[in-house]
Design a protein around this ligand. Structure first.
Ligand code: HEM
Length: 534
């Protein structure tokens, strides 16, 4: 049979359209109209407020999906920039599939919202989901931590509430915290004092974070700690691999020891975490936590978890999370602090003068009490390095109407409210035209801590904040008095803000340094103190 040129579109629909341009035109046009109309409807639909007082909506070019995609692809930078591009909006709504995300960029509104009762906005409903994914907790443990999370007075106290009280009490300024700080000072003396510089250039971040990781692990888990004293090699690297893939574990899921999805999104983090969990489990099995040099806080943490029916492997997961909280942010902040000080001759001179360690004493000694410049350095590093969110979920299923400073706001039930620390820290309104510059002196002129969110706030305010500031100050003081450090290239790199901002941001490029000994004396007493300016 001859080829039939008149074969109709009905016989082979798609090919028919291609083969017959004149007949396909109306169909293409109709399709375009349908698509454009659908797009228009969806675009409009995402702008509709679900309640009269719902915060103003910022629509996305890809209706309902665009903002979520932006967050996934650009990390914390996406919301930070949205906030900076809309300085007139103290709070706004991002439409998401079947839900909303409310972004708060006004510091005073943030303070008021975080004071609302936990029956309106709370972080705790998220904890089981977050910890299950990040730590790979099994369903039984998740069920245990989901009990009595926010008890009212007189009600049974669940695992989370009991643990939070213990950590808060231990790390509040006072005798217990001072004891832990003395432990950190002792470890730093050995590690920093015993460091013999290499001839070659070294990576500053790796160098500094090693000091913090080892000192913290020894201080909280004793000399035989599972991170640095285990027979197995490479656990410190495993720790940082876990840290770097945390966002992937969080987004990818992976409860009950980690599923295929989390393995795919954060394979290395998953492997690193599981190696650490095994090491801590072995340490617990051998009674490591019962040793004399392990402080009461860790002994009690283990005791509380066992009392609440946790299996030993799950207790190990909880301790990996405590090690993580104690090390990661302190290490990265210390890195930025040392870098900023040694890369600015003027600042370095002032810090050394303030420390007053260059006198004729036999040992390097300095009183850290009242050393305000060093504390200002730490705070400014935290401001510039922290894009952290404080996240809350809207508890009542039917949504909630709240009044804040005479204004009504309505939030959809189950939606997420995020206080954008990144926007607050980078806003010219809050910090002035020179907001992008490193200027510790802004913290000397009675800085307003209302605009400072590096430690979160309200229900999730970091219990380790005073301890952390004291440790970072101590580390910078010891490193800059003991060593001369030349930054190769003499430049401070940008921060990598395209990640999920779960911790202080790292640099975009590696910072290499040359280290030499400046003061050959041993370290004496540095007078580490629990008193900080906050
Ligand atoms: C510069 C160092 C540090 C920074 C910037 C920092 C920051 C934070 C932030 C922002 C949160 C709240 C997270 C959220 O809202 O979800 C937090 C929570 C926490 N931090 Fe820190 N932190 C630091 C050091 C420490 C240290 C040294 C410890 C312990 C030794 C610690 C223990 C904790 C704990 C246990 C929580 C969870 C609190 C809870 O949910 O009850 N942090 N930290």
């Amino acid at each position: 049979m001859a080829w039939n040129h008149t074969s109709t579109p009905l016989q082979v629909p798609l090919l028919g359209h291609l083969a017959s341009p004149s007949s396909s035109l109306p169909v293409v046009a109709a399709l375009a109209v349908v698509l454009l109309t659908t797009y228009g409807i969806l675009y409009y639909a995402q702008t509709v407020r679900l309640g009269k007082n719902e915060p103003p909506v910022i629509p996305s070019r890809i209706p309902f999906l665009g903002h979520v995609l932006g967050m996934l692809l650009q990390g914390g930078r996406y919301v930070k920039n949205l906030g900076l591009e809309n300085p007139h909006l103290p709070i706004f709504t991002l439409p998401a599939p079947l839900s909303r995300i409310y972004i708060v960029t006004s510091p005073s509104l943030a303070l008021s919202l975080q004071r609302l009762p936990l029956t309106s906005l709370s972080f705790t409903p998220l904890i089981p989901h977050v910890t299950k994914r990040v730590l790979g907790l099994n369903p039984h443990t998740v069920e245990v931590i989901s009990r009595d999370m926010d008890p009212s007075p007189g009600q049974p106290v669940g695992f989370l509430a009991e643990m939070a009280d213990l950590v808060r009490e231990t790390l509040a300024p006072g005798e217990t915290m001072t004891g832990l700080l003395s432990g950190m000072e002792k470890e730093f003396k050995t590690l920093i004092g015993g460091y013999v510089p290499e001839q070659k250039e070294i990576g500053l971040l790796v160098w500094i974070r090693h000091f913090v990781a080892v000192a913290t692990a020894r201080c909280f888990y004793g000399e035989g700690n599972p991170l640095t004293a285990a027979e197995e090699d490479g656990l410190e690297e495993a720790f940082w691999e876990f840290d770097h893939g945390l966002g992937g574990l969080l987004v990818g899921g992976g409860g009950g020891g980690g599923g295929l999805w989390s393995g795919w999104t954060a394979k290395r983090a998953y492997r690193g975490r599981e190696r650490l969990v095994k090491a801590v489990e072995r340490w617990l099995l051998e009674g490591g936590h019962e040793r004399e040099d392990v402080p009461p806080v860790v002994k009690k943490r283990v005791e509380i978890a066992l009392k609440h029916g946790w299996e030993l492997k799950e207790v190990a997961r909880s301790e990996v999370s405590f090690l993580f909280a104690g090390i990661v942010n302190t290490a990265t902040t210390s890195f930025w602090g040392v870098l900023q000080v040694v890369n600015d001759g003027g600042l370095l001179g002032e810090v050394r003068r303030e420390l007053g360690v260059d006198g004729g004493k036999e040992k390097i000694e300095g009183g850290l009490r009242d050393k305000v410049l060093l504390e200002a350095v730490v705070n400014e590093c935290l401001r510039l390095g922290s894009d952290t969110y404080s996240t809350r979920v809207v508890v009542p299923k039917e949504g909630v109407e709240v009044e804040v400073k005479g204004k009504e706001y309505w939030f959809k039930g189950g939606a997420v409210v995020q206080i954008s620390g990144g926007t607050i820290h980078a806003s010219k309104e809050n910090w002035g035209e020179d907001v992008r510059e490193f200027k510790p002196e802004r913290f000397l002129k009675g800085a307003n801590y209302k605009n400072f969110r590096a430690f979160g706030g309200g229900q999730t305010l970091c219990p380790g904040r005073n301890f952390a500031v004291a440790v970072v100050r101590l580390l910078i003081a010891m490193v800059v008095t003991k060593f001369e450090i030349e930054v190769v290239g003499g430049r401070i790199p940008e921060k990598e803000d395209g990640v999920l901002p779960v911790h202080i941001l790292e640099p975009k490029e590696r910072v290499m340094v040359k280290v030499s000994v400046r003061d050959g004396r041993e370290f004496g007493d540095f007078g580490v103190t629990d008193r900080t300016g906050r």
